[in-house]
Design a protein around this ligand. Structure first.
Ligand code: MG
Ligand code: MG
Length: 260
């Protein structure tokens, strides 16, 4: 069952998603060499609660943290830990909030110090593929159009698309129907209608697409241990142009020239 949201509900979702954007900007201010990923989790939880919201990941199916922090070969769902960030790391930070009855969900992959040109290019391509997917997220298109746009761009650049994890509908619940794969066929899948809200979140590997689920029951890493990147926006379907409810603008203000 796909729930279509009213304009009023979409504005509430925008509030939750803008809080995700400002939380990720707080992470951006603090992410650097020598910092533990657990410290980023703590500051995000405090920031979210100080703004009257709840970190929606905390306790979700037993997930024990407020952020998913996935470093280098970790794709998604990584645990914040006492790992100390070092120059050359890439850090995918996925954040969710629950505010006034609605969920926000967005992710950004940060760089620590200098990263190799190849890794930087992976991040640029992954973020670009997110916007190619968003371009397809308009009334009358189909879910497969989104995945096709992401997949064809990434594969033509010799990257691979993770299959085991996908984007999703979002609203009062963090995960609603439909699933939003980052791969697919043009013209296939659920029809997109005004009022649908979905999280589009390409997870793109530098090497092969195969992933491994770690023994902690959550962390997903690449099978070949090459790096993986993850960027995510929550969008509302409209005629003509998707309405992006989450934002990277606060992150961009913090990172300046370091913004990918
Ligand atoms: Mg997310
Ligand atoms: Mg998501």
């Amino acid at each position: 069952m796909i729930y279509l949201k009213t304009d009023e509900e979409i504005e509430l979702m925008r509030d939750a998603n803008r809080l995700v954007g400002s939380t990720l900007a707080e992470v951006a201010k603090n992410i650097r060499e020598g910092v533990t990923t657990l410290s980023l989790d703590k500051l995000a939880e405090t920031f979210i609660r100080d703004h009257g919201a709840i970190p929606s990941f905390l306790g979700y199916n037993g997930f024990p943290f407020s952020l998913c922090i996935s470093v280098n070969e970790h794709v998604v769902h990584g645990f914040p830990s006492d790992y100390v960030l070092k120059a050359g790391d890439i850090v995918s930070v996925d954040c969710g909030t629950y505010l006034n009855g609605y969920c926000g969900d967005s992710a950004y992959t940060f760089t620590v110090g200098e990263v190799s040109p190849e890794v930087r290019q992976l991040l640029i391509a992954t973020k670009h593929s997110l916007y190619l997917g968003i371009e397809q997220a308009t009334e009358g298109k189909r879910i497969g159009d989104i995945g096709h746009a992401i997949q064809s761009y990434c594969e033509s650049n010799s990257y691979s698309v993770v299959r085991e994890l996908v984007g999703h509908g979002i609203g009062k619940k963090m995960h609603e129907s439909p699933e939003v794969p980052n791969y697919g066929k043009k013209g296939y899948g659920s029809l997109l209608k005004t009022g649908m809200c979905i999280a589009i979140e390409p997870m793109i590997n530098m090497g092969k697409r195969k992933v491994v689920f770690e023994k902690d029951g959550w962390t997903v890493r690449t099978g070949d241990r090459k790096p993986s990147a993850h960027f995510e926006h929550t969008v509302a379907i409209r005629a003509g142009k998707a309405d992006i409810l989450s934002t990277f603008e606060f992150i961009e203000e913090v990172l300046g020239e370091r913004f990918i």
